[in-house]
Design a protein around this ligand. Structure first.
Ligand code: SF4
Ligand code: SF4
Length: 382
């Protein structure tokens, strides 16, 4: 598996600069024709996590999807745009972000990744069975178009994490339940799922990224680059280094390294692009979410480990003055530990909370923030 990653400066979502930057990025790794062939049905999979306003950094930028639609058509293939957000329809999110305008303008097909299919995956390192969307399996090729954003549970969401959208709607929450508080286990699942779906090409939208309270309530940050690779692990690794994150702090990369997956060793990654791209485009002051580091408790007896892990790990906090009592978080919580007590607002039973941060991700009003665990606040170095 190739570990080539192209990194190209791109500071604008205007069609001209965007098209020339992406063309250059793809040319360095073989051109669009080396990833898709004539007559293939190509699923272009953006990040459509939640409804948002036009131009926001919550979703993959619609103009980038428009450029990719044209590129897929240029080789005689058939582009289909689709995703499966956690609670809303993909169409609703695409309307809010402006993507549907682009899809209509380009007269492209748009689909919901909504039909669940059980699939066995014997090659999975840890997870051998998945429920994924039939629409994604039916595509001849997948082009994975991720957004660079912070993520409360996974630290960063990039190429590998974006493939989680191939799991239909609320079934995503069941995976959080399966993995429990164990972020490594969730990362292992995401890596197995990524290898199962095996996108032909991953493009990372880092023209404008999201920092802080991501992946839906953070702040836009001009980072000014596009990355492209057939290997999303290598791409994620290169992107993490570009924004000066330690790859070991990104659970997906940490687990990829532990399992020696292709693209996990930076020495093997071949960066292509402007001379010295990683230096020239480096962002040294990106605002990351609190680190969830619970490794040292793993050797303790189970019952102490569980208690310690929860007191160290970050937890969701509801800002009652912002909360509109819309109940979306209550309906999405996989462990059903959130309750809406009308006069008192939404309450969380932290004993049962698995720190999946689905509530923080899905809150449409930015009312949920991530607070460090009480023990971590007391002893910052742990
Ligand atoms: S999703 Fe956000 S606004 Fe809605 S009830 Fe939950 S915390 Fe409040
Ligand atoms: S309260 Fe939030 S973080 Fe905790 S389990 Fe429910 S959705 Fe996940």
């Amino acid at each position: 598996l190739s570990t080539d990653v192209s990194i190209i400066q791109c500071k604008s979502y205007e069609q001209g600069p965007l098209k020339s930057a992406l063309t250059e990025a793809l040319a360095l790794i073989g051109g669009i024709e080396s990833f898709v062939k004539a007559n293939e049905r190509v699923l272009i999979k953006p990040n459509l996590v939640i409804s948002t306003s036009k131009g926001s950094a919550v979703t993959t930028n619609p103009e980038l999807i428009g450029v990719i639609i044209d590129m897929v058509r240029s080789v005689g293939a058939h582009p289909i745009v689709g995703d499966s957000p956690g609670i809303e329809s993909a169409k609703k999110v695409a309307e809010s972000s402006g993507l549907m305008d682009v899809v209509r303008d380009k007269k492209a097909e748009f689909i919901e990744l909504s039909t669940p299919v059980n699939i066995e995956y014997r090659k999975g390192k840890k997870f051998k069975r998945f429920v994924v969307a039939k629409e994604a399996l039916d595509a001849d090729k997948i082009i994975n178009v991720a957004k660079l954003k912070t993520h409360a549970q996974m630290y960063l969401t990039m190429g590998v994490k974006n493939i989680f959208g191939c799991v239909p709607g609320k079934r995503k929450a069941q995976w959080h339940f399966t993995a429990g508080v164990d972020t490594d286990s969730f990362a292992d699942m995401l890596l197995d799922l990524y290898n199962l779906m095996n996108p032909a090409l991953t493009v990372l939208d880092g023209v404008t990224s999201m920092e802080g309270n991501g992946p839906t309530s953070g702040d836009s940050r001009e980072t000014g680059f596009l990355l492209a690779s057939s290997n999303a692990i290598a791409l994620d690794h290169a992107a993490a280094l570009l924004i000066c994150a330690d790859p070991k702090d990104v659970p997906i990369l940490k687990r990829a390294m532990a399992n020696k997956l292709s693209g996990s060793n930076m020495d093997d990654i071949n960066i292509l692009g402007q001379d010295n791209a990683t230096q020239a485009l480096r962002v040294s002051d990106f605002n990351f979410p609190p680190l969830v580091s619970t490794n040292f408790v793993q050797k303790l007896p189970d019952f102490i480990e569980r208690r310690l892990r929860k007191s160290i790990s970050s937890r969701p906090h509801i800002e009652s003055t912002i909360c509109t009592l819309c109940n979306i978080c209550v309906s999405i919580c996989p462990t059903e530990v959130m309750t809406n007590i009308d006069e008192m607002g939404v309450k969380i039973n932290y004993d049962g909370c698995i720190r999946c941060f689905c509530c923080q991700e899905m809150c449409p009003h930015r009312a949920i923030t991530v607070k460090e665990g009480w023990l971590k606040r007391l002893i910052p170095g742990i």
